[in-house]
Design a protein around this ligand. Sequence first.
Ligand code: GH3
Ligand code: MG
Ligand code: MG
Ligand code: MG
Length: 337
Amino acid sequence: EIDIKTDIRYSESRSNAPTISQAANLDLLLVDDDPIITRQLSKKLSEAGYQVAVCRDGESALKYVIQHRPPLLITDWRMQPMDGLSLCKALRNTAFGQSIYIIMLTAAESEDELVDAFDAGIDDYVTKPVSVRVLLSRLRAGQRIVLLQQEVEKERRDVQRYTAELLTANRRLELMAHTDILTNLPNRRYALNRLAQEFEAGRRYNRPLSLLMLDLDHFKSINDTFGHDAGDQVLAHIAGLIKHAVRSNDIACRLGGEEFLVIATNTDGETALLLAERIRATIEKKQPATLKLTRPITISIGVAGSSPVLNSHKELMRLADKALYAVKQGARNGINL
Ligand code: GH3
Ligand code: MG
Ligand code: MG
Ligand code: MG
């Protein structure tokens, strides 16, 4: 056993205590105002495998911990301007300072001092003169807690990430179940649910609601002439035009086949008729560039506005359907209320 002129005692290990160098490699902050102690101790701690940083007082230690979040802290008690006790209290008052494992170096083992130190938040203490062997063994004990904590923290983060992934997966599934894959518009299932909701909301808040039922004219001949794939492309093209023509609070959906539905919330029949005409004119004007059409692609639109006599959204659907039928009976490429 060698005694150096400072507070530190060294002794050779008699036991086969596990060397922590394999397990350690943990960041450790050493806080002491005595440069001889920090020099000697940090050398021994580094040899044991810790990544050692040194501060000279509580204030700079606090700054260091905020920045680097070391899991282990060894601090002296008496320092200027901020002593070890104040440092512990300050750390335990912060969220990030909860998990740091604190060993205090104390001059004496007085009952009052120990109670003060533990109440301030230390986890363990080592008396001066410091036995390096004892300090290292106490660090090993602390390390078990640190590693456990890190494991719990990692698990918590895993659960968080997993939950987030599940939520996004759920949202994606929900979106898929509501979306038509050819046109990316909401599908029939969504359209009918949403219409029922909007019908009820419109009635409750006494807001007008209109419905546009759209059906492409002679679409069968597009398929017959250019093939089903070309027909699909035309459907996607038309869907884009409809989506662009409607306002942001109108809900454009694909009911199926070459039939679309626009739910126009807060819109009376007359206004919906203007919207329908805008859609019809847009489709007539913006023909798909890729096909050599003999006759332009056009659409017929039936419009229905809600009124107090209607009992359900299905009646509104039927009215729009009727209006559409009337257009189809005529020259097509038109609108009807
Ligand atoms: P009308 O003016 O009376 O509406 O004539 P139409 O040919 O459009 O009417 P009809 O309902 O008889 O035919 C609709 C056609 O739309 C039948 C089918 O070939 C085509 N169609 C339906 N769904 C799809 C689809 O997903 N892709 C393609 N390419 N064609 C479809
Ligand atoms: Mg001191
Ligand atoms: Mg049809
Ligand atoms: Mg049709």
